[in-house]
Design a protein around this ligand. Structure first.
Ligand SMILES: [Zn+2]
Length: 191
């Protein structure tokens, strides 16, 4: 897995691309939560669930089905102010599903451990992308994470997640500004 940092950066990026309007703390915390929670499955190691099992690490909690279930649950539970099944409600549900799925997608870009069970429980096959530039974060406590190994992970995440995220946010905000200016100038011509 990429570290907490890598997954959180990705959730912020998706959030910024998703909404033009200002979002509240609830939105950002839930986005970060969805991007991180799949790794809660490491707890199953303590219950002797093998890594390669459907419900082992990178199994069900990293699947597309789990992402959809979590995305819809978060929207149902935490966004009751949005009219249920309205276009906006569906957008939120899709967004939180996508943020959750981003976790597995990033894991599949690392070169450590087993692949990701995207199609669990329909298939137990584990997948990696053919190109895997991201260093895998050490599972084994904070001392390892803050050592040289941890720094290597953070550096690779800043390069392979941080830079593309910053570029996507900049491109999206430039496009929005250009569109707004275009609209403004066409309104000026017509008035
Ligand atoms: Zn993971």
């Amino acid at each position: 897995m990429p570290s907490i940092i890598g997954h959180t950066i990705a959730s912020v990026g998706f959030g910024k691309l998703f909404s033009q309007e200002r979002q509240d703390l609830r939105f950002w915390l839930l986005a970060a939560y969805c991007s991180l929670i799949p790794d809660g499955d490491v707890i199953l190691f303590y219950f002797d669930v093998p890594y390669g099992h459907m419900f082992g690490h990178r199994g069900f909690s990293h699947s597309i089905l789990f992402a959809v279930i979590l995305g819809f649950s978060v929207t149902l539970l935490f966004f009751r102010d949005i009219p249920k099944y309205s276009p906006q409600w569906w957008r939120y549900a899709a967004f939180f599903s996508l943020v959750t799925a981003s976790h597995g997608l990033l894991d599949a870009l690392t070169y450590g451990g087993y692949g990701v069970g995207f199609f669990v429980p329909f298939s137990s096959q584990r997948y990696f992308f053919p190109w895997r530039p991201i260093e895998v974060a050490p599972i084994g406590g904070l001392t390892r994470f803050f050592g040289p190994e941890g720094w290597r992970v953070i550096r690779s995440e800043l390069i392979w997640i941080g830079i593309p995220t910053a570029a996507a946010i900049t491109a999206a905000s430039l496009t929005r500004r250009l569109r707004r200016n275009k609209k403004k100038s066409s309104m000026e011509i017509h008035t």
